[in-house]
Design a protein around this ligand. Structure first.
Ligand code: G1P
Length: 289
């Protein structure tokens, strides 16, 4: 029996410098897209995929993330007294069941691979998912749900991929594999942020992963790679040939919310999905043509 994905890791320790000064006192994962912070979309996607354990790898000045998934006692009491039931439901909608959330700190910003390694003992000897909340994917079937379905067929390790413009390969982990394969692309290699002339393809890793626990053994020994950081991509590359490893071409529109224009576009796209906002947003957009 293939073990189900019950744990998801959210690396949320980053400083969010690209959004300063907005992120001076709040974590970038608390920036809202329409009315929910990025982290909540990520958690809801994991829940939809069947995840029951949520591991947040945070850092200093990130306590708002922890508070977001807890009761806000005074706020809730006030809403109760004023019989604001709808708002109370919204405040409660972020709560995770007792014991479902674990928070650990990445003490030093040593890279994504190091952040995932920090979750090792909270994940244990189980396959797990990693979600990078900056990458939002809009689709009726959420990306991790699509991946878990594919994983139930092929097992092993899986990374979400999407084609990016050739000149952008140095922003992503890039997969070496046949782009003509179907939705599941057998992985021949993985390279972190290659220059366009060295990139084996234009298939970029987008922030959704399903990984086997053996990746931790490689992460623990991983030397710094691109940008002087301990890269998840480099540790994953060591699993190729030892375990099944696929790129998964997901359906849906992807927004890079680590980038200001991408973040703004996500806000518009998600607002247009929301019935109450669709018309007013369409109306004002006309004024910017
Ligand atoms: C990270 C990963 C990279 C991946 C990207 C997706 O890079 O290291 O492989 O393609 O996320 O968003 P970062 O954006 O943290 O530099």
């Amino acid at each position: 029996m293939r073990r189900e994905i019950k744990t998801a890791v959210f690396p949320v320790g980053g400083m969010g410098t690209r959004f300063l000064p907005a992120t001076k006192a709040i974590p970038k994962e608390m920036l809202p897209v329409v009315d929910k912070p990025l982290i909540q979309y990520a958690v809801e996607e994991a829940k939809a995929a069947g995840v029951e354990n949520f591991v947040f790898v945070t850092g200093r000045y990130k306590s708002a993330l922890e508070d977001h998934f807890d009761h806000a006692f005074e706020l809730e009491r006030g809403l109760e007294e004023r019989q604001k039931h709808h708002q109370l439901d919204l405040a409660h909608s972020t709560l995770l069941k007792p014991g479902q959330a674990a928070f650990t700190r990445q003490q030093m910003a040593l890279g994504l691979g190091h952040a995932v390694l920090c979750a090792r003992h909270l994940v244990g000897d189980e396959p797990f998912a990693v979600i990078l909340p900056d990458d939002m994917i809009l689709d009726d079937v959420l990306c991790l749900v699509q991946m878990v379905r594919a994983y139930s067929e092929v097992g092993g390790n899986m990374v979400a991929v999407a084609e990016v413009p050739g000149e952008h390969t140095d922003r992503y982990g890039i997969l070496d594999g046949d782009p003509r394969a179907g939705a599941l692309i057998p992985v021949r290699g993985l390279v972190e942020k290659p220059r366009p002339e060295e990139a084996p393809s234009r298939l970029a890793l987008i922030g959704r992963y399903i990984l086997q626990p053996q990746v931790f053994e490689h992460l623990a020994r991983q030397e710094p790679g691109a940008g002087g950081e301990i890269q998840l991509t480099d540790a994953m590359a060591k699993l190729i040939g030892r375990q099944p490893f696929h790129g998964f071409r997901f359906s849906g529109r992807r927004f890079d919310c680590g980038d200001k224009a991408g973040y703004l576009e996500a806000n518009i796209a998600y607002a247009l999905e929301c019935e109450a906002m669709r018309e007013p947003v369409r109306a004002f957009l006309k004024r910017y043509r």
